[in-house]
Ligand binder design. Structure first.
Ligand SMILES: Cc1cc2nc3c(=O)[nH]c(=O)nc-3n(C[C@H](O)[C@H](O)[C@H](O)COP(=O)(O)OP(=O)(O)OC[C@H]3O[C@@H](n4cnc5c(N)ncnc54)[C@H](O)[C@@H]3O)c2cc1C
Length: 391
């Protein structure tokens, strides 16, 4: 009996678990192979949809499913806080969970994603609002936006890396279109504070920079946060202060396995940029793969990127199980949807799925109506296509 163990039932873990359970259904039926998946939650959440929640594009039910509803019954699933991974011993090939249960493996996939640390924003206590952290936070932010009749809205990203670096700017564009459609836009001022010079690769950055400018959104790049002064309602940076009535923060991220010996000091689990095999503080382990948001700090973290990585890792674990030495390489395919405009009285929405890879830059692109439509449809398709490894 050989054992594949998958940590995390998000997009990456579910794709790989479902692919293996389909391709090796005979071996599983004969008791020669076991595919096991652990998740600290029983519910899967498509977080990428949080950007749209404040504006009513999706209901909560569209973005949340019981993990058992999209993982093949051929996979052994252990779900809930009791199965939160608390220790990974790569030398002994053992994973320990909060409830004390120990799982052994021949092949391991680490796909536990990213977590957030709002408490690490200097000065921030009561004024934390975000569409990143949870469905509830996203719903509550929507309520606050609807209640406003004017004022300063500041969108603050203090630090990289974050998952989906395009999402804060997409949110800002959709916010602007919402205010133009349902409020008196001229009574609002929107400020976008971004910690690095560019948003995405040059062609993405070019589009979004123009877009924010045309919308008269104050776009501050390379912003270095000093603190949030809640008393004076100011975001204080090294080069200026920005007053807010509503502050929206994308909190600093960390890997979900922070504190474990296999992770770096921020919790990311280092992997080779081509093979996605583990290459971290615990050594080099070819039977251990890391994919999706959980991986090296330097690898782009988006759902699109996670999808491409899951395809590679799923295929290579399948080859490992078949004893095939040749492997497929991750050639750095990554991507992020771009939003030019959300539907408003003047538009039916425009967007584009931007995709590039190592050494091949993103081409200049023109957003289209179909780009917005496909992006909107994808959140419904996700559960029955991506999560089930049919795409
Ligand atoms: C607001 C927002 C907008 C986004 N927009 C987009 C977008 O438009 N396009 C795009 O491509 N991407 C987008 N993303 C990014 C996308 O959601 C992620 O890249 C994707 O979810 C990563 O998948 P994953 O499987 O690696 O991790 P996750 O989806 O985070 O899944 C990880 C799983 O591991 C489990 N887990 C975590 N820790 C443990 C533990 N210790 N023990 C057991 N289980 C554990 C979790 O419960 C979870 O089920 C967005 C993200 C956010 C937050």
């Amino acid at each position: 009996m050989r054992k594949v163990l998958i940590l995390g039932g998000g997009p990456v873990g579910s794709m790989v678990a479902n692919k293996l359970s389909r391709e090796f259904r005979r071996e599983i039926a004969k008791g020669e192979l076991e595919v096991t998946l652990l998740d600290k939650s029983s519910m899967g959440i498509n977080r990428a949809g949080f950007t749209f929640i404040p504006f009513g594009y999706y209901a909560s039910d569209d973005l949340v499913r019981p993990i058992r509803s999209y993982i093949s019954p051929r996979v052994k699933t252990y779900l809930g806080e009791y199965f939160k991974v608390t220790d990974v011993d790569l030398g002994e090939r053992r994973v320990k969970t909060k409830g004390g249960k120990v799982f052994e493996y021949d092949y391991l996939l680490i796909s536990t994603g990213a977590s957030f640390d709002p408490t690490s924003v200097p000065g921030m206590r009561r004024h934390f609002n975000s569409f990143y952290t949870s469905l509830e936070d996203s719903i509550s932010l929507g309520r606050k936006i609807r209640e406003m009749d004017g004022g300063n809205i500041v969108i603050l990203t203090p630090k990289m890396p974050i998952t989906c670096p395009g999402a804060p700017s997409k949110f800002t564009v959709i916010l602007d279109d919402y205010l133009r459609s349902f409020k008196e836009r001229e009574k609002f001022k929107i400020t976008y504070l971004w910690p690095v010079p560019n948003i995405g690769p040059p062609a993405y950055n070019e589009n979004i920079t123009r877009n924010l400018k045309e919308r008269e959104i104050k776009d501050v790049r390379d912003f270095k946060l000093v603190e949030v002064d809640e008393k004076r309602k100011l975001v204080v940076g090294e080069d200026g202060e920005y007053s807010y009535d509503l502050l929206i923060t994308i909190p600093p991220h960390m890997g979900s396995l922070k504190g474990l010996s296999i992770a770096d000091e921020e919790g990311w689990v280092p992997n080779d940029k081509f093979t996605l095999q583990y290459r971290g503080p615990a050594g080099n382990y070819d039977e251990v793969y890391v994919a999706g948001d959980a991986g090296s700090k330097s690898l782009l973290k988006t759902g699109v990127t996670s999808h491409f990585q899951a395809l590679v890792v799923g295929e290579n674990i399948a080859r490992d199980l078949q004893g095939v030495e040749d492997k497929v390489y991750y050639r750095g395919h990554m991507g992020c949807p771009y939003v030019e405009e959300a539907p408003s009285p003047n538009s039916r929405g425009k967007g584009m799925l931007a995709v590039w890879k190592y050494g091949v830059p993103l081409n200049p692109f023109r957003p289209a109506r179909s780009g917005w439509k496909i992006y909107r449809m994808y959140y419904y398709l996700f559960w029955d296509t991506t999560a089930k490894a049919l795409l």
